[in-house]
Design a protein around this ligand. Structure first.
Ligand code: FPP
Length: 238
């Protein structure tokens, strides 16, 4: 039996609205991020239940360094702490962790926790959680172009053999299928430099729910909306 086309195999999410959530609850921005980080792991159950094989989350963009030093520090500390604290849960749920982005420039503690979790969970088979960290869509395309240029200079690649499948092999993780569904929380309608190459044919879904409130029911609603879309990939209506 083939896959049910009404179900997305890969869901990507821009987790937006942590700051506004905190403000509405009279809390600090960092408390919103903390609640948002908890949400990530609470969703794992529903992700498995829905048969979503890949979940990619925009956790820290190349632009997020522009936030206040205090907020950057809070995010780095939260990432390190969450990765360490949630590793046993990822093992229990059989989840494989992967990462995309210029992760070499993350704070050393985050990078160490990340590499450890990626390594320890590498053989898990119950779904893949991809964290986009220090990630930018343009940076990914630029990095791919640089690696292609170096491969050509070394004589390992002929310029005439550069086509779309070839280019894809130079992305951060060529194994990841393109997302079928991209969700953005908190009512914003922007791509914000997320997966620019990979989102070409993704269905887009926006909700006013702020990320810390985005629960399993909200995810099921987004997936149901995806099921009602007709995907044509540039072709004609069936
Ligand atoms: C956007 O909300 C959110 C971020 C920039 C950070 C997202 C990070 C997390 C949810 C933590 C991730 C942790 C793990 C372990 C994956 P915003 O601050 O821009 O919200 P606002 O627009 O309301 O101010």
């Amino acid at each position: 039996m083939g896959r049910d086309e009404k179900m997305p195999r890969h869901v990507a999410i821009i987790m937006d609205g942590n700051g506004r959530w905190a403000e509405r609850h009279g809390l600090k921005r960092v408390d919103g991020h903390r609640r948002g980080a908890g949400r990530v792991f609470e969703l794992m159950e529903t992700v498995a239940e829905l048969g979503i094989e890949y979940l990619t989350l925009y956790a820290f963009s190349t632009e997020n360094w522009k936030r206040s030093p205090l907020e950057v520090q809070a995010l780095m500390e939260l990432l390190e702490e969450s990765l360490n604290a949630k590793l046993p849960l990822m093992m229990e749920k059989n989840v494989r962790l992967k990462t995309i982005g210029r992760t070499e420039d993350l704070w050393p503690g985050v990078r160490a926790a990340l590499l450890k979790a990626v390594k320890v969970t590498a053989d898990n088979t119950g779904g893949t959680l991809v964290l986009a960290l220090n990630y930018g869509g343009r940076a990914e395309i630029v990095d791919a172009a640089g690696r292609i240029a170096r491969a050509v200079a070394r004589g390992e690649l002929k310029p005439e053999s550069i086509d779309e499948p070839c280019f894809r092999r130079f992305l951060y993780d060529p194994e990841l299928p393109d997302p079928d569904l991209m969700i953005r929380t908190s009512g914003e309608l922007r791509l914000s430099n997320f997966l620019l190459w990979q989102l070409s044919y993704a269905e887009l879904y926006a909700t006013d729910i702020l990320w810390p409130d985005f629960d399993g029911t909200a995810l099921k609603e987004a997936v149901a909306a995806f099921g009602r879309r007709e995907r044509r990939f540039g072709g004609r209506k069936k």
